[in-house]
Design a protein around this ligand. Structure first.
Ligand code: 13P
Length: 253
């Protein structure tokens, strides 16, 4: 049985005051369910990580990074290692978020190194995949997602694979208000699970959580979560509003 998992990706938002306030508000209202019936994670900007970890210290809400670099340490100006994230109190990290793929131009090969380095550094990576609108229109969703997963997970052992969560975030649904319908999302999630079974085995495919992301709101969360292969939600904009994010967490239980 896969425990539901809701993660809030704050992206490049909040400040030192609002990050702590938002984290506390979410923790206070989910104290009886977070970590019990639903796993919850907050992914703040790096600079507010320690403040947010402190604000959540009495809760069971996990914290994660929005990105990581694959090297362990050294002369990599501006980058953050898995060990640093772990040291700061992170459990999770996003790898290959669509904004990093399409705005920062990260490749599958780089993302693969990040996934691998995250696990070696003791973090649980959330590998993000998803097609562009043109790719969906050209019926290439399956092909694109398959390539991103095969390349993103290349060389990962079965044991390491147990640490991985996959997030399906169709790029056309991110920040647009256009969420994939529950049926569209389920179709891709099911394909991902079958692919993971082929690449690894049935046990790993059945244990692995697959999150949906892209314009998740309190009013569509429940229908999405009712789908057989949607195990959780990766929330952007709506995770910046305490009431909305709390309602999404409650809808996922
Ligand atoms: P929105 O929920 O704002 O569409 O963002 C989704 C996302 O990119 C989460 O990682």
């Amino acid at each position: 049985m896969r425990k539901p998992f809701v993660a809030g990706n704050w992206k490049m938002n909040t400040d030192s005051l609002t990050s702590v306030g938002l984290a506390r508000a979410v923790a206070d209202s989910t104290i009886d369910i977070a970590g019990e019936t639903v796993d919850v994670a907050i992914l703040p900007p790096f600079v507010y990580m320690c403040n947010v970890v402190g604000a959540l210290s009495t809760s069971h809400i996990a914290v994660g990074g929005q990105d990581v670099y694959f090297e362990q340490k050294g002369a990599f100006t501006g980058e953050i290692s898995a060990a640093m994230l772990k040291d700061a109190g992170c459990a999770y990290v996003l790898c290959g978020h669509s904004e990093r793929r399409h705005v920062i131009k990260e490749t599958d090969e780089l993302i693969n190194k990040k996934v691998s380095a995250s696990i070696s550094g003791g973090l649980l990576p959330i590998l993000c995949v998803g097609e562009l609108l043109d790719e969906r229109k050209a019926n290439k969703t399956g092909e694109v997602v398959k390539r991103q997963i095969e390349r993103g997970l290349a060389g990962l052992s079965e044991e390491k694979m147990l640490a991985v969560t996959i997030a399906y975030e169709p790029v056309w649904a991110i920040g647009t208000g256009l969420n994939a319908t529950p049926e569209q999302a389920q179709q891709v999630h099911s394909m991902i699970r079958i692919l993971v079974e082929k690449l690894y085995n049935k046990h790993i495919a059945e244990e692995m959580r697959i999150l949906y992301g892209g314009s998740v709101k309190a009013d569509n969360a429940k229908l999405l979560m009712e789908q057989a292969d949607i195990d959780g939600l990766l929330v952007g904009g709506a995770s910046l509003k305490a009431d909305e994010f709390i309602a999404i967490i409650k809808a996922a239980v």
